[in-house]
Design a protein around this ligand. Structure first.
Ligand code: F3S
Length: 427
């Protein structure tokens, strides 16, 4: 792999052992991928603070420096970790203090994470604690090279923002934070950013649920390709595209999609395909929509619901407001739990606007930092849950061995109030 003089200097240890280990990791990683060089990045979104048994053991052996060296740099040596060289943020991690007592999630993990937050923020890591860094100030500009983890964030970064990232891991983001470099391959290359398949929807997309179901269909149809979608829809909001992308990355491995006229690298259908528009590889009609709906609801049996999960990917302020408005003056059944997952920064806004008070008065919770799928924890005794998220209903039943229902926000809130799932596919 070609290295610049500066990169050789880092590799040879002039910036210390940790930076040398980071550069060594990036070179090994890049060569395995066939990258010819590295590119500079000033935007890293990774994860260092998420507690795990392996991390707890390493922390006991040698503190957070040991944990970071082994897990984020693939290095067994006892080395000192310098501050991050470029802006680096922590994505979602485990549950934090606000979940204490609400679930069987261990207090020891909450404490370990709080300690990690303090260590890594001293190293220059911004603790955004969300899977949606783009909602809370991390907004790379079009064309910017990034090193992000988290599939729902990666697809948003590439598609809606027009920035460039592959779906990185804990090690490559740790190394990128210390060096400001990431292998130049995959989605970083302009020629790899054009569409690979046209998918048309014959069904008009009017709601958050519609975008989630269509995204789930697109992911299944295109796998790891780059879909370009056409059809008829109401102007999508941030939350719609957040849900759509997350769903494509759940049923498939989509990291980049184009919507001609809406996403930045697709001013036209022809531009999305670099000039040659292929025939549609799939189309989404009423039959396909029904099939997706049934697939998403295939883990539901009992209609007695005891947990409602909203905010996957983490809720926008607009979504929190919509939940508060609908719950104003209502009461969630005593034997049902409702959690809204949100980024900590938006939680502060939601408190200030009174949304959190309204949701709490109704008997619900607004929580931050994580989600049930990520932390593998739900309210104790949960047997049946419901959500408006295609991603969460795909994962949570398998992770926790519970039943799951997918529907609209109104259906989820109706279930929270009545304890009964009455969702059905709107025609
Ligand atoms: Fe975020 Fe958890 Fe969903 S991390 S994207 S809320 S599965």
């Amino acid at each position: 792999m070609f290295l610049t003089d500066d990169e050789k200097r880092m590799r040879d240890g002039e910036d210390g052992a940790a930076v040398a280990a980071a550069m060594d990791l990036l070179v090994r990683y890049g060569e395995a991928l066939g990258a010819e060089r590295l590119c500079e990045t000033r935007n890293v979104a990774g994860t260092m603070t998420q507690p795990s048994p392996a991390k707890a053991k390493l922390f006991e052996e040698g503190g957070w420096a040991k944990s970071f060296a082994v897990i984020n740099l693939d290095c067994d040596d006892d080395i000192e970790i310098p501050p991050m060289k470029v802006p680096t943020c922590q994505l979602q991690h485990g549950f934090g203090q606000d979940a204490r007592g609400l679930t069987a999630y261990p207090d020891s993990s909450i404490e370990l994470q709080a300690d990690a937050e303090s260590y890594f923020s001293d190293k220059g890591v911004t603790i955004l604690a969300t899977c949606t860094p783009y909602q809370v100030g991390n907004l790379p500009v079009r064309g910017e090279h990034c090193a992000w983890m988290e599939s729902s964030a990666v697809v948003y970064c590439n598609s809606v923002l027009g920035a460039r990232t592959n779906c990185e891991g804990g090690a490559s983001t740790g190394a990128a934070g210390l060096t400001g470099r990431i292998p130049y391959w995959g989605n970083h290359l302009p020629e790899n950013r054009f569409g690979t398949g046209l998918i048309h929807t014959d069904v008009r997309l009017d709601s958050f649920a519609d975008w989630g179901m269509f995204g789930y269909y697109v992911g299944e149809a295109i796998g790891e390709g780059r879909p370009v979608i056409t059809g008829d829809w109401a102007q999508p909001a941030l939350a719609d595209l957040k849900h759509f992308g997350a769903a494509t990355a759940t049923s498939g491995g989509v990291e980049l999609y184009h919507i001609p006229g809406i996403t930045p690298e697709a001013p036209s259908l022809a531009a999305a395909f670099n000039g040659q528009v292929p025939d549609a590889v799939a189309s989404f009609g009423p039959r396909e929509r029904r099939q997706v709906y049934e697939d998403l609801n295939s883990q539901g049996d009992s209609t007695d619901v005891d947990f409602i999960l909203l905010g996957c990917p983490h809720a926008s302020l607009e979504q929190i407001e919509a939940i508060a408005r609908r719950l104003d003056g209502k009461r969630i059944r005593d034997d049902v739990e409702l959690w809204v997952m949100a980024p900590p920064a938006l939680f502060a806004n939601a408190v200030r606007n009174g949304y959190v008070r309204t949701i709490r008065n109704a008997g619900g919770q607004v929580l931050t930092d994580s989600c049930p799928a990520m932390s593998r924890a739900a309210p104790e005794g949960t047997r049946v849950f419901a959500t408006d998220s295609a991603k969460q209903v795909h994962y949570l039943p398998a992770i926790l061995g519970i039943e799951g229902w997918f529907g609209t926000l109104d259906e989820c809130l109706d279930a929270a109030i009545t304890g009964v799932w009455r969702g059905e596919l709107a025609s």
